[in-house]
Write a new protein. Structure first.
Length: 222
């Protein structure tokens, strides 16, 4: 495999690298590359025991159980209209929120057209697998989470909120608790929560593992 990749890289006068390898994958590939694996990020996976969200909550330490139940209760008391739908049915509203989220984080090129186009392409490519849980105030989307059920895992893809319309603990409910409910309903046994804000995910029961990169060096083999 590495020889084939090297030939491809040579043909295009470049080198190659393997990003976001798990630790076992990096260990297996490392002898074939000149430099040690580089740690890139930490990745979070929340295991979902039992058959419902209460089983997940019950698996956590007592202090976390109290906190999560309060976050769910406060969010419900604010009475947002929670809707579960296909991305294809709401990508325009979601694109507006995602663009604002990206720009808040310094990604100035990720405007509404770019983010709406991105979500539209995902909706077209993934069809019924691209699921959204969203909070609405009347007809206005005020937050959403996009995720995919694949195999035994529910994969979080994007989360964004309307910062001008705060709702208690909306981020935690949209990022974790509502997708976890859907994961149980779909029959998956884990929620892949991704690579950012790892400590917040750890507090919600996530197992954290490293992701690594291996790079080839053309000069070293010519």
């Amino acid at each position: 495999m590495c020889d084939a990749v090297r030939r491809f890289a040579d043909h295009h006068d470049t080198t190659h690298w393997w990003p976001y390898l798990t630790a076992p994958a990096a260990t297996r590939l490392a002898p074939l590359y000149p430099d040690p694996a580089l740690h890139l990020e930490d990745d979070a996976l929340i295991l979902l025991p039992g058959t419902c969200i209460e089983d997940y909550i019950s698996s956590l330490p007592s202090q976390r159980r109290v906190g999560i139940r309060r976050e769910r209760r406060d969010f419900a008391a604010a009475a947002p209209d929670v809707r579960r739908q296909l991305l294809a049915d709401c990508f325009e509203d979601a694109g507006v929120l995602l663009a604002a989220h990206q720009q808040d984080h310094g990604h100035d090129r990720d405007g509404i057209d770019a983010m709406t186009g991105l979500l539209k392409r995902q909706a077209t490519a993934m069809g019924g697998e691209a699921r959204v849980v969203a909070a609405y105030d009347k007809d206005r989307m005020i937050g959403f989470c996009l995720y995919y059920h694949y195999g035994t895992t529910t994969w979080i893809r994007a989360v964004a909120l309307d910062r001008g319309h705060p709702t208690p603990h909306s981020y935690f409910n949209l990022m974790y608790y509502l997708p976890i409910e859907d994961a149980y309903a779909h029959g998956t046994t884990a929620l892949h929560a991704g690579m950012t804000t790892v400590e917040a995910k750890r507090r919600r029961g996530a197992q954290v593992s490293g992701l690594y990169a291996l790079a080839d060096r053309g000069a070293a083999r010519r």
